[in-house]
Design a protein around this ligand. Structure first.
Ligand SMILES: Nc1ncnc2c1ncn2[C@@H]1O[C@H](COP(=O)(O)OP(=O)(O)OP(=O)(O)O)[C@@H](O)[C@H]1O
Length: 655
């Protein structure tokens, strides 16, 4: 509570101070800078959605600023619209074009995505230049700020309008990003596969995030047009894009305050470059900061030498350059590049990320208290297990070119059972799991869940049908806390429509989600680490967290893909206890496992695969003695005197 009050208090004070500025400051230049701060604030909050939350290098944002600016400009000059509809049109164009660009572009990853957005930015500048009849091309487009309710907007009034819009965007985005939407954006940055497997539509959320960010870019563009009242296509090119990226990264990603700080830096940059003394002071300060942070990191052994020294070298270059370069403005691109490099390497959390940690320590700000965990009876009411067929695989095949990873597999998992799936390395177990869970499309065959054909080739659809899974190679949402990892996957809790979420009226269901997630964390022994980021948990705890997250889907069938892989003995013992607990709730489990002691202790039935086919099925004791199983594991037919423990085969059949 204290933390929230502090944050809300800080926001209130800053916006109240900003609102009083026109009453105190009469200098039009300073007011102009502050107006730009509000506009860039909105712009960077939008950019942060894709760069910070989605983790994508988005180079198209500058284009949305330009398109929004021209939309508003043309709406006023050609259509005679007022300011409010012109701003709405600018935002709508950003939303629409952002959504359209996202549809193909977000199927791409990493550099391909960056190139797609770069192409879009180049295309829109060319279009603005070449559509001379409409935009005035390189000659530019002049406009006058239309009045609102008959009042012409003086600079202070326009400033207040921009600040008011920044405050509204701030509040709405704060609510949205703290909700399931924000968690979903972050989850799909860390693991798109797991996001889909947890029933959160990856594609839908990516498109929504991109459209939303672009819509804010469009709105900022509209304000930009009314601020400068003159537009030229060359204002919206790569130079500005680099500065915007610098603003987001320097301010701090995934932070509204970061966007605000970044916007302040962007606004001050021209002054910084045109005033040599200011530049020298600023680069000197940057150098001192980089040196102090680097030395501290090296002494405390929290940073690698390159991470500590590279920013010092880059900032040192800026300091030296400040003395020798004739005109710093001629060197602006190089200066931005050096600054961006220093921040990316030396201060990956940005100024606000760094400050937030520092302030939290200084003021000992406690985290908002968590609710009491929900009752497990309410989240996972015990289910009757009637032993009827739950999941049926019929002649399932999955071929990769000539490799028949799964080759005519038929098996039945009964409701309420723990069904083991074992086999030597490369026998097709993971492929079976990936086909059932929708990661792979089967080459042939059918999968039935409770008699209904299970959707194929879609992790998202399969998850919605009641099948949840963990991953052999962990797929956690590394940057999210343990609690948030489970909250992302929770089924049946988030019902509020988007407008309520934006207005902050969905807090009750957030608390409910926290309570439910805590209960599930408690089931796997992680309640006390609820607020630890997944990447900071021990390996064993990470494996248990994946189980809790899959449980949050409240599945009919839980697929555990080698959950004991890499675990120490005490963790294996704990894992067995966790699986038994889950089973007692009546949840059916498909367990893929190499540890035969785990399989023996837990499974009712075991299917053994080799070469993508079933070679044996029965109780753990039966399959262990089965000649074909012994042969598959040992690589030779069983000899009466042979000890089936470890002797030179493909893989031991563990005790
Ligand atoms: N994406 C893929 N492309 C090509 N071949 C694949 C692919 N995935 C699996 N295979 C091949 O299919 C066969 C079965 O692999 P799979 O990973 O399913 O076996 P596994 O029983 O899970 O093995 P392990 O116990 O080592 O995880 C192997 O020959 C493997 O090389």
């Amino acid at each position: 509570m204290k933390r929230i009050l502090l944050l809300r208090g800080a926001e209130l004070i800053v916006f109240a101070l900003l609102a009083t500025i026109p009453l105190l400051v009469v200098n039009p230049y300073a007011l102009g800078l502050l107006t730009l701060l509000a506009i860039y604030g909105i712009l960077l909050i939008g950019l942060d959605v894709t760069v910070g939350y989605l983790g994508q290098v988005n180079l198209a944002h500058v284009a949305f600023l330009g398109l929004g600016a021209y939309t508003a400009g043309l709406a006023v000059t050609k259509l005679g619209l007022g300011m409010a509809p012109a701003l709405l049109a600018a935002m709508a164009v950003g939303l629409l074009l952002g959504g359209l660009l996202a549809l193909p572009a977000l199927r791409l990853e990493g550099p391909q995505f960056a190139l797609a957005t770069l192409s879009f930015a180049a295309l829109s500048t060319t279009a603005l230049n070449e559509l001379e009849g409409l935009t005035g091309g390189a000659q530019g487009l002049s406009l006058t700020r239309p009045p609102i309710f008959g009042h012409s907007l003086t600079p202070p009034l326009f400033y207040w309008l921009c600040m008011a819009l920044l405050a509204v965007v701030w509040m709405l985005m704060r609510n949205l990003l703290a909700s399931q939407w924000g968690r979903a954006f972050e989850a799909l940055r860390d693991s798109p596969i797991a996001t889909d497997a947890m029933g959160v539509g990856t594609y839908r959320h990516k498109v929504a995030a991109f459209a939303l960010g672009s819509g804010l870019g469009g709105l900022a563009g509209g304000l930009y047009a009314f601020n400068f009242q003159y537009l030229q296509p060359q204002s919206f090119v790569y130079d500005l894009m680099i500065i915007l990226l610098l603003g987001v990264v320097l301010g701090g990603r995934k932070s509204l305050w970061g966007a605000f700080v970044g916007a302040s830096v962007i606004v001050l940059l021209p002054n910084l470059l045109s005033n040599r003394l200011l530049f020298q002071v600023f680069s000197g300060l940057g150098f001192a900061m980089a040196l102090a942070a680097g030395l501290r990191g090296l002494v405390k052994k929290t940073t690698r030498p390159f991470q500590a020294l590279a920013p010092v070298a880059a900032m040192g270059l800026l300091v030296v350059g400040g003395f020798f370069v004739e005109n710093t403005e001629d060197w602006r691109k190089a200066i931005f590049a050096l600054m961006l490099f220093s921040v990316v390497v030396g201060l990956p959390e940005g100024l606000m990320g760094f400050l937030a940690i520092f302030l939290a320590k200084l003021f000992r700000v406690p985290h908002a208290p968590l609710p009491e965990p929900s009752d497990i009876e309410a989240i996972l009411p015990p289910r009757a297990s009637d032993g009827a067929p739950l999941l049926v695989l019929e002649d399932l095949r999955r071929h990769f070119g000539g490799v028949k990873a799964v080759d005519g597999l038929s098996m039945t998992i009964k409701s309420g059972s723990i069904h083991g799936l074992i086999g030597p390395n490369g026998s097709g177990k993971s492929t079976v799991v990936n086909v059932i869970s929708g990661l792979y499309t089967p080459t042939a065959g059918r999968i039935l869940l409770r008699g209904m054909v299970l959707p194929s080739g879609s992790l998202f659809q399969v998850s919605k049908s009641g099948v949840a899974r963990t991953f052999q190679n962990l797929q956690l949402f590394a940057e999210l806390t343990a609690l948030e990892n489970v909250m992302v996957a929770l089924r049946g809790v988030y019902r509020s429509p988007l407008p309520l979420v934006l207005l902050g009226l969905a807090r009750r269901e957030e608390r409910q989600a926290q309570a439910d997630a805590l209960c599930l964390l408690d089931r796997v022994g992680l309640k006390d680490q609820a607020l630890t980021r997944a990447k900071d948990l021990t390996y064993g705890a990470q494996r248990f967290l994946e189980v809790a997250r899959a449980l949050a889907r409240k599945p009919d069938l839980l697929i555990l893909d080698e959950p004991a892989a890499g675990l120490a003995h005490p963790d294996v013992v704990q894992l067995i206890e966790i699986i038994k607990r889950i089973h007692r709730r009546g949840i059916s489990i498909l367990l893929i496992e190499h540890h035969m002691d785990v399989v023996s202790e837990l499974c009712d039935t075991v299917t053994v695969l080799d070469g993508g086919r079933v070679i044996a099925e029965g109780t753990p004791d039966e399959v262990k003695r089965h000649p074909k199983v012994v042969e598959a594991y040992l690589g030779q037919p069983p000899q009466p005197e042979t000890d089936t423990d470890t002797a030179g085969g493909a893989e031991p059949l563990p005790a």
